[in-house]
Ligand binder design. Structure first.
Ligand SMILES: Nc1nc2c(c(=O)[nH]1)N[C@@H](CN(C=O)c1ccc(C(=O)N[C@@H](CCC(=O)O)C(=O)O)cc1)CN2
Length: 307
């Protein structure tokens, strides 16, 4: 695509916003260390050898170190049984050096992801995917919020003067993104619609959104004529496609070249939501460490704040 100055003004720079959040987390982790003598610790568990997941967990470890926190990586073989994974989680739950635990998704088919995420102690559930934190979110009570939707919310707040009263349309109803995103936007006073695989006319629904969040895993699904003119478009999708010259390219669920001229604001892929996911993980790890180290809390009566 040719350089278009109007386009660059529309772009939501997730990389820059994530960098600012990470810098803040780093400074606050240092303050926590000075006050308590303890360093926040994050355990990341990867089962199997999915290349994309390997990139994500490696980046999580690098960013955790950069933010002045401890990273504990557990790389398990594809053949790991559910019981073996549950035993590891029980050990991490009991380890005082670890304040946050994340099991990278997707998991191999012999392992039930819901069972596993529920085995993580709620006060260490920095992915916010367990039933306690998901329940808190659905009741509008503070808790640990899933990283990608939290990142999307921060991008929206940085972009728009106010969210209250806007119609937010979410395409995709996953536990990881779509459902928690809907809860977060409801809490912000948006009117929320969620489209999913069985939605009759997803295009017509999408066109109603002042805000459009797309998280389907289907690259290029959302075309230019799915966008309400002036809408703020958040593209959560990320797929690596092969190019004819043998190289690869990352693309989103939104056909960017068609959508960008219609949208008011839009996230790029890469450099949009992805970096926010990791920055929010660091934010959640700091929140979990604070609750444990300063309040001695193990998940009850917490009061985490959205950054
Ligand atoms: N337990 C979890 N598993 C998964 C989550 C999650 O939040 N918790 N989300 C995704 C993957 N993910 C984090 O784990 C993730 C995806 C993308 C990025 C990112 O920084 N993307 C960059 C491009 C990176 C690249 O070059 O490949 C970008 O978009 O700019 C970070 C984290 C599924 N699993």
């Amino acid at each position: 695509m040719k350089h278009d100055p109007a386009l660059s003004e529309k772009l939501i720079d997730g990389k820059a916003i994530a960098r600012r959040l990470t810098d803040r987390v780093k400074a606050e982790a240092e303050t926590l260390r000075e006050r308590t003598g303890k360093i926040p610790g994050l355990a990341v568990v990867l089962v199997g050898d999915d290349p994309a997941s390997e990139v994500y967990v490696r980046n999580k470890a690098i960013q955790t170190h950069r933010a002045g926190m401890r990273s504990f990586m557990h790389m398990l073989p594809e053949t790991t049984s559910q019981d073996e994974l549950l035993e590891l989680i029980a050990r991490l739950n009991a380890d005082p050096q670890i304040h946050g635990i994340l099991v990278q998704l997707p998991l191999p088919k012999q392992i039930d992801p819901i069972l596993v995420t529920n085995a993580i102690a709620p006060h260490k559930d920095v992915d916010g995917l367990g039933e306690v934190n998901a329940g808190r979110l659905s009741l509008g009570i503070d808790g640990l919020v899933p990283c990608t939707p939290l990142g999307c919310l921060i991008l929206l707040k940085e972009t728009l003067p106010a969210l209250r009263g806007l119609h937010a349309v979410i395409i995709g109803a996953s536990n990881l993104v779509g459902k928690p995103m809907a809860q977060l936007l409801l809490k912000e006073g948006c009117t929320v619609s969620v489209g999913h695989i069985d939605t009759k006319d997803a295009r017509a629904l999408a066109r109603e959104g002042d805000i459009l969040v797309v998280a389907t895993g289907k690259n290029g699904l959302v075309r230019g004529d799915w966008i309400k003119p002036g809408a703020t478009v958040i593209d959560v999708g990320i797929t690596r496609i092969a190019l004819p010259d043998g190289k690869t390219r990352l693309v989103g669920d939104v056909a960017f070249d068609e959508a960008a001229p219609v949208a008011g604001h839009i996230t790029p892929v890469p450099g949009g939501v992805g970096p926010m996911t990791i920055a929010c993980l660091l934010h959640n790890t700091l929140q979990a460490a604070r609750q444990i180290l300063e309040n001695g809390q193990d998940g009850t009566g917490r009061s985490e704040q959205t950054p």
